[in-house]
Design a protein around this ligand. Structure first.
Ligand SMILES: [Ca+2]
Ligand SMILES: [Ca+2]
Length: 296
């Protein structure tokens, strides 16, 4: 399985040493800039599950924005409810994410595969617990983490996982930020385990059990006021090969709340050269190409 996922939760470190994130040295960037090869600012795709669209600065209440991975000026979310698949997706900067699509599914009770034909509840998880969603919390107002999705018909006595398949992504390494919490439930802790993997796209089922996982413990009090990795969100570095789909699955791990919830997924996409830069590359290469041709 050509899977490379790195869970980045402290205490659950599952780091593949071949996938270390190496900082780009300033001197290298300066050299690239002189050659017209300066990388573009990274782009992002933001998925807000649940019925309510974000408004105003509430749109910035997400792990990607809190960590600075997603620029504050890029806060256009895809609001995804029960209807799926969704084939019209926008980037965080508002431009079209052409070719990208998302499909949703759920497992059977106690199941270990996500069935993408299974119905999704996209309207009931609204953040109805005042404890969770008071002003000043990360779930306030129209914050994207406030609402979410889960397997339709699943009560809190059924262990039903929920999952998303995202297709049409450019090949490369992505950082994936995930939140999932039953914000209708004011219990002291409502933990979730998330799975992120890559595989060939499917219209059937996806077995998530072989993939890397990370837990969000979702406690009240400390877990409500600031984004803390492993407390109320998880992040993964994952490499997507050309044509592969990216999968994100949530599983509730408390006996009192076994359901999986997905409230947000953020993908920080690889940097790509801007069109102007690509043009410079063509112009720079043209004399060389001409010289080679004349020698023939
Ligand atoms: Ca589906
Ligand atoms: Ca949401």
């Amino acid at each position: 399985m050509s899977l490379t996922v790195v869970a980045r939760v402290d205490g659950l470190m599952n780091r593949d040493p071949s996938v270390k994130r190496r900082p780009v040295r300033p001197v290298v960037l300066a050299g690239l800039a002189m050659l017209g090869l300066a990388p573009a600012v990274e782009a992002a795709i933001l998925f807000d599950f649940g019925p309510t669209a974000t408004t105003g600065t509430d749109a910035l209440l997400s792990p990607g924005h809190a960590t600075g991975a997603v620029p504050g000026g890029e806060a256009t979310w895809n609001t995804i409810g029960a209807t799926n698949p969704v084939t019209t997706i926008v980037n965080a900067d508002g431009t079209s994410a052409t070719g990208v699509a998302i499909d949703l599914g759920a497992s059977a009770t106690n199941g270990t595969t996500i069935n993408f034909a299974s119905a999704i509840n996209g309207g009931s998880l609204t953040g109805s617990s005042p404890t969770n969603t008071a002003d000043g919390t990360i779930y306030q107002g129209t914050a994207p983490g406030r609402d979410g999705i889960f397997g339709n018909g699943a009560s809190n006595t059924t262990d039903v996982k929920v999952g998303a398949q995202i297709t049409g992504l450019a090949a490369g390494t992505y950082t994936v930020y995930v939140t999932g919490r039953n914000t209708n439930n004011g219990a002291a802790s409502v933990p979730e385990t998330f799975y992120v993997g890559v595989a060939a796209p499917t219209t059937g089922t996806y077995d998530f059990t072989a993939d890397a996982s990370a837990a969000a413990t979702n406690p009240l009090n400390a877990g409500l006021v600031a984004f803390e990795e492993g407390v109320n969100y998880a992040s993964f570095d994952v490499t997507v090969a050309d044509g592969q789909a990216l999968y994100v699955v949530a599983d509730g791990t408390a006996g009192a709340e076994p359901r999986g919830f997905l409230n947000t997924i953020e993908l920080v996409t690889p940097a790509v050269p801007e069109p102007a830069t690509a043009g410079l590359l063509v112009f720079a290469a043209a004399p060389l190409l001409g010289r080679r041709n004349r020698r023939r």
